[in-house]
Design a protein around this ligand. Sequence first.
Ligand SMILES: Cc1ncc(COP(=O)(O)O)c(C=O)c1O
Length: 390
Amino acid sequence: MPGESTKSVHEAEPFDEGTGSLVAPIYETSTFGFARAADVPLAVSGSGEKGYTYSRWDNPTVVRLEKKLGAFEHAGGGAAFSSGMAAISTAVFAFLEKGSHVLAIRDLYGGTFGLLHDILPGLGFDITLVDTGNFEALERGVKKNTKIVYIESPTNPTLKVVDIGKAAKLAHSNGALLMVDNTFASPINQNPLDLGADVVLHSATKYLNGHADLIAGAAMADAERIRKIKMTRREFGGTLDALPAWLVLRGMKTMAIRVRQQNASAMALAEFLSTHKKVASVHYPGLKTHPQHRLARKQMKGFGGMLSFEVDGTAGDAMRFTESVKIATLAASLGGVETLVSQPYNMTHTQMSAEDREKTGIPETLVRVSVGIEDVNDLIEDFRRALAAV
Ligand SMILES: Cc1ncc(COP(=O)(O)O)c(C=O)c1O
């Protein structure tokens, strides 16, 4: 088995035998011509055996990316989307039936929270959101009609760790699927399918692409489930276009090396923040003080580049910190080469009511950090200076 860096560079990247081109071509076309009418039905069937029909269905550059996505999550296949939310909503709808119940943790990315908390109940689906830190609450939440158990781990932005293996057993013993948003960990640090999950979801905008220059999403699962997701994608229409697919392919070539650096820098930054007198608490699964550190050690290969901390002060102090950093930037999103800081309370999690933010542990003083690949000593100095301004 090749290592992750070798896979990052070479997986699904054969050189083009016709031209010798080392890099994948970009098939920027909406439609595909046929020389023989007899080939049309097979291409239209979506069997993948014969040709392409229309780029909302499938496209050779996108299919190449999907091979790479599938390989990184040890899946039978992958499906690429125009955003992480397109991947999440399409995958969820692909497996919902009339009268289905969806059980999820409450610590969800704001967009996913909006989908489950606001949109699905309005369509008549039964949804239960439970406390993330308490696995028994998840166990108690299962119903006869539960079709999907949906989790993130580590969670956004509180970095709670959910036991993926246990959640998979719980889902399966009730005939439901386990879906895991693996965006925060990246496939370099965690592979939920190996732990028993059925569908893995990513905002490919983040670590997969890694360069903060596009929006994309991904779903990975066994071949049959990916086929179902892709058939649903045809009608929902959130397919990724060839040009951003090519950029994600390029971004993924450096994924292993980026993420390993981000793991190391996040650990150093978390340790620095833990000892700072203006920091009330630090949330990072790599710290021994993290409540689920042992579980994180068991199910993750690295602890990731995301952390959050509470400023020991007011909402205004947290705000001042985010605008005082000079190397880091105050911005939403994560997983790129640039370090970003944000206040989830008023940026990424505004879909939640103040009460839900409170329940989830997202106070106004919480700062989320996406650690980039800058020199870690420069980052520590930047944070030290910004905390002095608080
Ligand atoms: C954990 C997580 N899941 C999903 C998404 C949604 O992804 P996108 O913005 O690519 O639609 C995000 C975006 O920030 C996220 O952080």
